[in-house]
Ligand binder design. Structure first.
Ligand code: ADP
Ligand code: MG
Length: 677
């Protein structure tokens, strides 16, 4: 059971199941002094009224704890029978937990509870372990796990935890040895012990991750790549005759970096970060022309069908005057049309393909793919990126583009293997988007405002949230919203288009096209329009139920306007009662338009696990380290890892055996890092 629940394969591994905090047995609250805004409290008292009620799955256990100042109710909804057996009436207990109030009476659900005279209660700092519900139900509570840990620690010795870090690192960074760290992380005798153990173990974790990305980076840089020798006719003609605007300094710089990478004979692995509207598409197009100039094909992959179509349209528009044909390959292209596209790619007659992940299916063969551009890669899984490799013997140059600004610390762990370019400048003439937060009461006002914008010739988006778990509710709220919008904008005068996930491709595309070509003034949509949609004439983005969106998503949506020369507006519509956190998000949105600032705040508010779907990717699961707060250790470990890899890239030196084994152990059964682009 343990094995399954905690992913613990060996007894020794169990010792790497660390506590996430300690109960400080020296700090105590009095029951009579508990206030509604106290969150966690620790109490000593006498237990009475142990009482089981209900039956079957509804069974629960309650008990009363009292001290000389008052009493509090303890409740267990799970594991009631087991818990009941372990509690003794009129005994003294030490209790820790989160307080809530019901009808003015305080209670604690599922408290940590230990007899006052027990082993665990005696320590000054006692470990609190993360436990799954199932373990708790089976009666393996924190106390039981602590006991197991204590026993295990009694059985192991220093030899079971040999040092793996090189001596000079231990010395330089004042780390304690590994064995002591393991002992103290579980049962520290003081706060200093706990901190030293934590520091040492975090160091080891982050160092290992930095070595991994470092090795991958070395590996990437050693991959042979096609050589783009010349800047030829395609690039030059486009630049001189067809480029619709002057490139920004940042765009030029990034192109130069790409030009540099592709000339070296090594494979390019570059990430281009640029806020929404910074003009990444043109950089991609010109890089593709560079590939063509050197006799290669190029492709651009987008995360959704709508985005692929839009890239296809804009790239076709740019390149048709040059006599270059671009093909669109998505899942909906079928039969004869598909066959023809596949033939064109295989024979080399087709030079540029735009598409979705349909581009990396096994049936798709390029004659000589020189460059693959991946737009908004965080939606492409690691596995999908890895499959690109199969397309050629020599791997194509990889250009990853993202509008999701990635905070530095996150980038270091997540994309430490890629070279990074930043487009940190918006095209000239852009005005800052004005962002307002409004609630339902102001709806009529907001609609009137949108009407005025439309009367000036502009267009508007009205976006509804999408919660995937409940497609039905989403659909209903979208329809209700649509009806409401129509009462404000009678359809004969103000044409409205609607796109949502329930429409089939054709219908969705038709509706989208009506908005893109200006036939419809208002686009009512779910978040399918989130990334990349480009309609420069639109000047209003109204986000309904904005409290239900995350910061990055709100920023992405806002980026759909402000793409032309006109003043644009983003209106965040929410209910009038907001949680503290939602209110904070609205505040951040109205006070900043800088994607990096917003991403930093997002990271700070949500934690890295939630960002960019990285939770599932497992690329940086740390047990103790936290890349928001441990930036200092992260910087240290990065430098240390770089130094070691530059002196000993294969980790062959005897002093590096420990870390080498550690890396091998970690890669066993996990993602194959060498395959991530
Ligand atoms: P993103 O970086 O969000 O993908 P796009 O490539 O879609 O941005 O560009 C946003 C808009 O800015 C497009 O309408 C594009 O034509 C325009 N644009 C890009 N670069 C420039 C530039 N240097 N000067 C003027 N407009 C530009
Ligand atoms: Mg884009």
């Amino acid at each position: 059971m343990l094995r399954k629940e905690l992913d613990v394969h060996y007894a020794i591994d169990l010792l790497e199941h660390y506590p996430f905090r300690y109960t400080d047995r020296t700090k105590l609250n009095k029951i009579g002094n508990i206030k509604p805004d106290d969150s966690y409290v620790q109490l000593i008292g006498t237990l009475t009224n142990i009482y089981e009620e209900g039956s079957g799955r509804k069974k629960r256990l309650t008990a009363t704890l009292y001290d000389d100042t008052g009493k509090i109710e303890l409740i267990w909804f799970q594991g009631a029978p087991w818990m009941k057996k372990s509690l003794v009436s009129n005994e003294h207990y030490i209790v820790f937990g989160k307080v809530s109030f019901f009808n003015g009476i305080p209670n604690i659900a599922h408290p940590d509870i230990d007899p006052l005279k027990s082993e665990t209660a005696k320590a000054t700092l006692s470990p609190v372990y993360p436990l799954t519900e199932k373990l708790k139900n089976k009666g393996l509570n924190n106390r039981a796990l602590s006991k197991i840990m204590k026993e295990l620690l009694g059985k192991v010795s220093k030899n079971d935890f040999p040092e793996i870090l090189p001596a000079n690192i231990i010395q330089q960074h004042k780390l304690i040895d590994r064995y002591s760290a393991i002992k103290w992380i579980h049962f520290p005798e003081s706060n200093e012990h706990a901190r030293a153990a934590e520091y040492r173990l975090k160091w080891e974790e982050l160092f290992t991750s930095q070595l991994k990305v470092g090795q991958l980076r070395v590996h990437n840089h050693a991959q042979p790549g096609w050589v783009f020798k010349t800047v030829g006719d395609h690039f030059n003609t486009f630049y001189k005759k067809h480029l619709p605007f002057e490139l920004t300094g940042a765009q030029k710089r990034v192109l130069k970096e790409i030009r540099g990478d592709t000339a070296t004979g090594r494979q390019m692995n570059r990430l281009v970060q640029g806020d929404v509207g910074s003009g990444k598409t043109i950089v991609a197009v010109m890089s593709m022309l560079l590939a063509l100039d050197n006799g290669f094909q190029a492709c651009l992959m987008a995360p959704t069908e709508i985005l692929a179509q839009q890239h296809y349209r804009s790239i076709t528009k740019l390149l048709t005057p040059m006599g270059i044909t671009v093909e669109l390959l998505t899942g909906t292209v079928k039969g004869k049309a598909r066959k023809e596209i596949l033939n064109g790619l295989e024979s080399g007659a087709t030079k540029i393909a735009v598409g979705t992940h349909a581009l990396i299916e096994d049936t798709v063969q390029f004659e000589n793919l020189g460059l693959a551009v991946i737009d908004e890669q965080h939606r492409f899984g690691v596995g999908q990126r890895a499959r690109l490799w199969k397309k050629n013997t020599t791997q194509p140059h990889i250009l990853v583009m993202t509008a999701t600004p990635i905070p530095r610390t996150l980038a270091m762990t997540l994309y430490g293997d890629l070279d990074v370019s930043v487009i940190d400048e918006l095209p000239p003439g852009r005005q800052e988007i004005k962002t307002f937060h409004r609630n339902e009461m102001r709806r009529a006002h907001v609609m009137e405002f949108i009407r005025q914008e439309i009367d000036k010739g502009r267009q508007a988006y009205i976006v509804y949230p999408l919660i995937e778990e409940s497609e039905k509710i989403d659909y209903e709220s979208l329809m209700k919203g649509y009806e409401q919008v129509r009462t404000f904008f009678p359809d004969d005068k103000y044409r409205i288009a609607m796109v949502h996930g329930r429409q089939d491709q054709d219908e969705r595309q038709r509706n989208m096209a009506r908005f893109v070509n200006g036939e419809a003034y208002v686009l009512v949509a779910t978040t399918v329009i989130e990334v990349g949609v480009d309609v420069p004439n639109s000047s209003v983005m109204l986000i309904e139920s904005a409290e239900r969106f995350g910061l990055s998503q709100l920023h992405q949506l806002r980026g759909r306007v402000g793409r032309g020369a006109e003043q644009s507006y983003c209106i965040l519509m929410t209910g009038s009662k907001l949680s503290e956190e939602s209110a904070k998000r609205m505040k951040i949105m109205t006070s900043s338009s800088n994607g990096f600032v917003i991403a930093e705040q997002d990271l700070a508010m949500r934690g890295p696990g939630d960002l960019y779907g990285t939770r599932q990717s497992g690329t940086f699961k740390f047990k103790l380290a936290d890349i928001i707060h441990d930036t200092e250790i992260l910087e240290h470990t990065k430098l240390a890892a770089q130094k070691i890899l530059s002196e000993d890239p294969q980790l062959m030196l005897p002093q590096h055996h420990g870390i080498k084994n550690m890396l091998l152990k970690e890669t066993r059964g996990s993602n194959n890092w060498s395959k991530i682009s």
